[in-house]
Design a protein around this ligand. Structure first.
Ligand code: GDP
Ligand code: IMO
Ligand code: MG
Length: 428
């Protein structure tokens, strides 16, 4: 019975939500291990469309226990709003477990996220403004507030006070904003304590016991390899470990227990926010991908930057995650293109590079080396077997598989749960 990690292998929004949701009906636990409500996963079930931010996609499957792991940063206001929204639509949210060691996003970190971005000016990251970066910074600086803290008012007040000693100076003197009141923040957090209490657990213990009993666990990443704080296009990244290693640190399950690592890739590439993106298209072709693919952020509604598939990125993601499988999504969006360019390598200052340049400046200078593959015009949204795909679409998938570093086990041909071709089961 496997433990399967699902990660984004590009710059996010690859369709991780759909991939996890599909597995959820067959698994016992789905754990979110990094990030917070910067994530946005759209899951389509028949006529119903769900936008999940903080909650793991497993929340939509009745037999599955969704878990918010210790590596996640939790905005309590968002958590309860999301739970209420799903309850109102008839989803049973009573099984949710939240790690007592997960960090909370206090309101002052949302403020700091926005003002720091403004102060960065041209160097801004284009964050989601949800307080993610400042909260992970607090965690590392050891001034964070954790879930367990809100069950002891005295400790909570002390910790909020400790955090605000520096932050209020920063807000007042550097950012010219009003100082934050300790009691106000403490009360804001305390207000959620009794509603949160029944969900809180030692989730590392729960998950390890589940694995001991032969149960199946899926670890669902927010964001992606290229947004990972260590491996991504730093500093244009998020502030957490979005790669497979983060599944272990972010859940308290050791690496020896992980059986599979699945990377989700789109049949082309998108990115939200600032930072380098070698295959970006600032022309009609990019606009077409955005329009046909519906490439607008689930969280912020921002238009996503679009470009061709980048096999250098896919190989890099395969390497840093140790991918065993790829889930290829949105193949249907490419239908109707006569030729489809795929980036197979970069040219950096006159040199060809087949691997990700280890140096930031080189990556900023990287120009894609394209190979043109044949397109297809047949509607593929009804395909359910690989052999249902037109020859050119099959060749496109096989070419990507050859150059991306892992086998393509599943292919998405539409947003709905059912619109998928399974080549190899991810749970064997
Ligand atoms: P995530 O953040 O990785 O979960 O991805 P998002 O949900 O932000 O973005 C993926 C979008 O593509 C969502 O709107 C999905 O409904 C949609 N989607 C996922 N797989 C497919 C697919 O195979 N074809 C099409 N057309 N849409 C898909
Ligand atoms: P999912 O899970 C795409 C981007 C932001 C910004 C950078 C830092 O849906 O794939 P942050 O608010 O995290 O400090 O912003 O990371 N970003 C995402 N881009 N998909 C996401 O999540 C993202 N989460 C953060 O746009 O460039
Ligand atoms: Mg998303």
């Amino acid at each position: 019975m496997p433990a399967v990690v699902v990660v984004g292998a590009q710059w996010g929004d690859e369709g991780k939500g759909k991939a996890t949701d599909q597995l959820s009906s067959q698994v016992d636990y789905v754990v979110k291990f990094n990030g917070g409500n910067n994530a946005g996963h759209t899951v389509v079930v028949g006529e119903e469309k769900y936008a999940l931010h903080l909650l793991p996609s497993g929340i939509l499957s009745p037999g599955c226990t969704p878990v918010i792991g210790n590596g996640v940063v939790v905005d309590l206001e968002v958590l309860f709003a999301e739970l209420e929204g799903l309850s109102a639509r008839g989803v049973d949210v009573s099984r949710l477990l939240v790690s007592s060691s997960a960090h909370l996003i206090p309101s002052y970190n949302r403020t700091l996220d926005k003002v720091t971005e403004r102060f960065l000016g041209k160097r801004q990251i284009g964050t989601t403004g949800r307080g993610i970066g400042p909260t992970y910074a607090d965690k590392m600086a050891r001034v964070g507030i954790r879930v367990q803290d809100i069950f002891d008012e005295k400790i909570l007040r002390q910790k909020v006070e400790g955090a605000l000693v520096q932050k209020n100076q920063l807000l007042l003197k550097v950012y010219n904003r009003r100082a934050v009141d300790v009691d106000e923040v403490t009360d804001e957090l305390l207000a959620y304590a009794e509603r949160l209490r029944p969900m809180v657990a030692d989730t590392s213990l729960v998950l390890n016991q589940a694995l001991d009993e032969g149960r199946t666990v899926v670890f669902e990443a927010g964001q992606a390899a290229m947004l990972d704080v260590d491996h991504g296009t730093y500093p244009f990244v998020t502030s957490s470990s979005a790669t497979a290693g983060g599944a272990c640190t972010g859940s308290g399950v050791g690496p020896t227990r992980i059986d599979r690592v699945v990377g989700v890739v789109k049949a082309y590439t998108t990115r939200v926010g600032e930072g380098p993106f070698p295959t970006e298209l600032n022309d009609d072709a990019g606009e077409r991908l955005r329009r046909v693919g519906g490439e607008y952020g689930t969280t912020t509604g921002r238009p996503r930057r679009c470009g061709w598939y980048d096999a250098v990125v896919a190989r890099f993601a395969s390497r840093v995650n140790g991918l065993t499988d790829l889930v290829l999504t949105k193949l249907d969006v490419l239908t109707g293109l006569e030729k489809i360019p795929v980036c197979v390598a970069y040219e950096v200052d006159g040199r060809r590079m087949d691997d990700m340049p280890p140096n930031q400046t080189d990556f900023h200078h990287a120009r894609p080396v394209y190979e043109e593959l044949d397109g297809w015009s047949e509607d593929i949204s009804g395909a359910r077997e690989f052999s249902d795909l037109p020859d050119a679409a099959q060749r496109y998938v096989l070419a990507l598989e050859e150059m991306s570093g892992a086998r393509i086990s599943s292919i998405g041909v539409g947003p709905d749960r059912a619109a998928t071709i399974v080549r190899h089961s991810l749970l064997d």
